[in-house]
Write a protein that binds this ligand. Structure first.
Ligand code: GLU
Length: 412
């Protein structure tokens, strides 16, 4: 049994607690979400029928600042998954050093089955039912799986209907609607910086590195593009419709063009097709899961041929799979480090909104890079100090920050 997403996150967290030797009551507090909101969302569908959906917002910890994290739309959304993702945000924001806590939201819905109008009504209904729990200094949503700048613009607009003009209530907005340059590419760019730092530390470089990417949404597609520009060989990509593999390296600009025209990778004729399962066990240097959680399991971990797993997705590796990979000497670059670029530039967007002042794209990218360089150096120190994996070091560094803030602020 691989266990639930929340169980997996808590097991990784426990490895961090054990390294630091925390007391059980503190551990319990740090595992448990501070608040969980579950809402029923009832909207009018285009055919005049009633649409009934369930939404969640889990606020995990706010010792270091307002709750922060994405909002996802997917049929797989459930309370347990959102609890896990909210907790990961607490550790991610602490590790990368942005002044936030952690939260996550989700609506259980297949977004492919909604029209644009229905998606807008559902988003506005979510704000109507949760606006008292979110806010620029309380809890700041952002894009996640199947949500984008358009959804964030509706969120901002609807929240402003209740509370007046408040662009800082949500990040990942379109640039023309108080968003930030560089935010769309930020998670992919962060993955590139994380990989570069890890490889450089080991005397290697991105150039010529063979990378297989599962998922070609916002994160996977931007990572593919930026890594390709840095000379990596992207040998495989996939999305929900299937994958494509070319051992000599795919032409990523033409993959982008295909997706821009067709909406998905389907019928990309320039390379032989493979399944998503086959992609996971391809012979390559870096395997990059950039889609859903729980894709590396006990069933396929033994067959992974990559030297590194770059976790662009949240929670892609089960605890048992992680142990197998570790025993086989495969380095997992953990999600809370690898994909922290999104929330980092979310912080820059929020800071710009609050100051009513905008930064240039090179300022954004330079500051993002600096955070990754610093976080990576701190990870290496902790790995040496405690003789632990990069994942456990990431949790140790993050737990340290959160515990310190909790202690300084004090309990009641
Ligand atoms: N959904 C993204 C994540 O999982 C971004 C969150 C944010 O920007 O608040 O990190």
């Amino acid at each position: 049994m691989s266990g639930s997403a929340y169980e997996t996150t808590n097991k990784y967290l426990q490895d961090g607690f054990d390294t630091l030797g925390l007391d059980p009551k503190t551990e319990h507090m740090l595992k448990t979400p501070a608040r969980e909101v579950r809402v029923e969302l009832v909207i009018r569908m285009d055919d005049d029928s009633v649409g009934n959906f369930i939404g969640y917002r889990v606020q995990h910890d706010n010792a270091r600042g307002p709750f922060k994290g994405g909002l996802r739309y997917a049929s797989s959304v459930n309370r347990n998954e959102v609890q896990s993702l909210a907790s990961l945000m607490t550790w991610k924001t602490a590790l990368i050093g942005v002044p936030y806590g952690g939260a996550k939201g989700g609506i259980q819905v297949d977004p492919q089955e909604l029209s644009t109008g229905e998606t807008e009504r559902l988003t506005r209904c979510f704000v109507e039912t949760t606006h008292e729990f979110i806010g620029p200094t309380t809890d700041i949503p952002a894009p996640d799986m199947n949500t984008d700048g358009q959804v964030m613009a509706w969120l901002f607009d609807e929240y402003s209907n209740f509370h007046g003009f408040e662009p800082a209530v949500v990040t990942g907005k379109p640039v023309d609607v108080h968003g930030s340059v560089g935010r769309e590419a930020a998670t992919g760019r962060g993955c590139m910086f994380a990989l570069r730092e890890v490889l450089n530390h080991e005397g290697k470089s991105i150039e010529g590195t063979e990378i297989a990417i599962q998922g070609f949404g916002n994160v996977g597609s931007w990572a593919a593009r930026l890594l390709h520009e840095k000379g990596a060989k992207i040998t495989a990509v996939s999305d929900i419709t299937g994958g494509y593999h070319d051992p000599t390296g795919l032409d990523i600009p033409s993959v982008w063009e295909h997706v821009a025209a067709e909406g998905t990778l389907e019928r990309f004729d320039d390379a032989p097709s493979i399944t998503n399962e086959e992609l996971m066990t391809l012979d390559c240097d870096v395997l990059m899961p950039a889609a859903i959680g729980g894709v590396l399991t006990e069933e396929n971990a033994d067959d992974v041929q990559a030297d590194y797993v770059l976790e662009a997705a949240n929670g892609p590796t089960t605890y048992a799979a992680n142990q197998i990979l570790e025993n086989r000497g495969i380095t997992c670059i953990p999600d809370i480090f690898a994909n922290a670029g999104g929330v980092t530039v979310s912080y820059f967007e929020w800071a710009q909104n609050i100051q009513h002042f905008s930064w240039t794209e090179s300022e954004i990218n330079e500051q993002l890079e600096e955070r990754f360089v610093d976080a990576h150096a701190a990870l290496r120190d902790t790995m040496t100090e405690y003789d632990v994996s990069m994942r456990t070091a990431a949790f140790v560094n993050a737990i340290d920050q959160v515990c310190h803030a909790t202690e300084m602020r004090g309990l009641q």
